[in-house]
Design a protein around this ligand. Structure first.
Ligand code: SAH
Length: 454
């Protein structure tokens, strides 16, 4: 029987979709996607939208809860677009994430013989992030909102203390709130493009505890900035840096191009795998530093470098992965498309007295092609592309350079699976995959993968 909007159906949740919805099947075999449900739930579901072969619904009543359910501990869970897994146990979340990687790699990638290691769990499921980007807005009565966007929306859900962020961020939010309420600064309105303050952007060194607070402003600065800085300094002894970022564009991109240092330094520092790194407002830096160490250590095991070998680190960002392995090999070559990140990578090499590294600014595929034509023969290649993956052209170039090992770090199991299939077509075999939970309570899962030449 076809489903229609507002039908109430009984449904048992049997699996989870890639974006974190529970999925159950009707007696006719139609898949129904139900957000905020858990595998094992027996539910009454209201149909919200029905297509020919699948439907979307919402929980009307939990008839029998899944044994994996826990009480969500955040007041804005289910409203804010950040977390999807605060209603199931952490073990269940890890099971789902592991399965998501296995499903993608075996179904999309068609990879049969790889070993899937257990997921690397997060020791701190709460407050693991070192970065927050909070939109600032006003409700229809003009009340100040600082928080997070709702799912697939630009509606701001007010939130003083996000459980994924360090407690000190809540203090930054509350000081900012008091300042805005007592100062003459108006709030940016996306619809009209008028108003001053757009975003609050906070970063903290997890080891060093250094704190950077950045205000994204539609203009050159905030009114009464000196009072703001005084308030921040009085309440936050760890304050290292206050940055005013100018963004006058009608855009969803948070940061504009211009930064001005209103207090302290224009960067903070942190440590990773025993090295020191400089973090500027624009630099890519892993948001979960402790898990990044575990991920990089696994990548280092897979790379298994020897002192006479050459390592090529593609999509290197500020050089972090390669630099943590540079002492194990003869030469490190890093490639990255953002020039600021390359400058940071060079500086990070210097700070850590690493002098066997060189960094190239360019597109990974073109730079790899050029390095190949110059005769570079890496023994191992690290690949850490953004979500869209690396694609076939780069896999082909890597095949032509013929490294014995490739270590692929991925933030998207689907594009990882597609790229692994290319590697298998180019005379390489996927040996082992380790999922890693960097972003607990959210739908995202990272993995690291060892690929070897046949
Ligand atoms: N390996 C780094 C960064 C990984 S994030 C770390 O772990 O810290 C992915 C990086 O790929 C980003 O720094 C991004 O700027 C870069 N990037 C995106 N597209 C690229 C391309 N076509 N060529 C080279 N680098 C690219």
């Amino acid at each position: 029987m076809a489903l229609s909007k507002n039908d109430i159906i009984n449904l048992t949740i049997t699996s989870t979709s890639a974006d974190g919805s529970g999925v159950g099947k009707t007696q006719d075999g139609m898949a129904v996607f139900v957000p905020l449900s858990a595998v094992g739930d027996e539910l009454e579901v209201r149909v919200l939208k029905a297509k020919k072969t699948y439907a979307f619904g919402k929980i009307e009543r939990i008839v029998t809860p899944s044994s994996a359910r826990i009480e969500p501990d955040c007041p804005v869970f289910s409203k804010c677009g950040g977390c999807v897994w605060r209603h199931v146990s952490y073990d269940e979340e890890c099971r789902i994430k592991h399965q998501k990687v296995v499903d993608a790699v075996t179904r999309i990638g068609g990879i049969k013989d790889a070993v899937f290691s257990p997921i690397i769990k997060n020791d701190n499921v709460s407050r693991y992030r070192n970065k927050a980007q909070l939109p600032v807005g006003a409700d229809k009565n003009g009340n100040l909102l600082i928080g997070f966007y709702a799912f697939h929306s630009h509606r701001i859900i007010d939130c003083n203390d996000c459980l994924l962020q360090p407690e000190i961020f809540a203090k930054v939010i509350s000081v900012t709130r008091s300042f805005i309420e007592q100062s003459d600064n108006d709030i940016y309105d996306e619809k009209t493009g008028k108003g001053r303050l757009r975003h609050l952007y906070i970063r903290m060194g997890e080891v060093t505890k250094e704190l950077m607070v950045c205000y994204v402003v539609n203009g050159n600065g905030l009114k009464q900035e000196d009072i703001l800085i005084k308030m921040l300094r009085e309440n936050l002894p760890a304050l290292t840096s206050v940055i005013i970022n100018t963004n006058r564009n009608d855009t969803n991109v948070i940061l504009g191009e211009k930064n001005r240092t209103a207090f302290g330094r224009d960067y903070i520092t942190d440590e990773l795998c025993g090295l020191k790194f400089k973090i500027s407002p624009f630099s890519f830096w892993q948001v979960n530093r402790s898990q990044a160490e575990k991920l990089y250590n696994k990548a280092k095991d897979y790379a298994n470098l020897k002192s006479d070998e050459i390592l090529l680190d593609l999509y290197c960002g500020t050089g972090t992965i390669g630099l943590t392995m540079a002492k194990e090999c003869k030469t490190l070559v890093g490639v990255e498309i953002i020039s600021d990140a390359i400058n940071d990578a060079k500086e990070n090499a210097e700070i850590n007295s690493i002098n066997n590294a060189r960094f190239i600014c360019g597109d990974a595929s073109s730079a790899a092609e050029q390095l190949k034509n110059e005769g570079l023969k890496p023994d191992a290649v690290i690949l850490d592309p953004p979500r869209k993956g690396c694609g076939e052209d780069l896999v082909k170039t890597i095949f032509e350079m013929s490294p014995s090992r490739v270590v692929y770090v991925s933030c998207d199991p689907a594009t990882l699976a597609r790229d692994l299939k290319y590697f298998e077509e180019y005379n390489y075999s996927v040996k082992e995959i380790t999922p890693c939970d960097m972003f607990s309570r959210t739908a995202h899962v990272e993995s690291v993968c060892l690929i070897e030449k046949n």
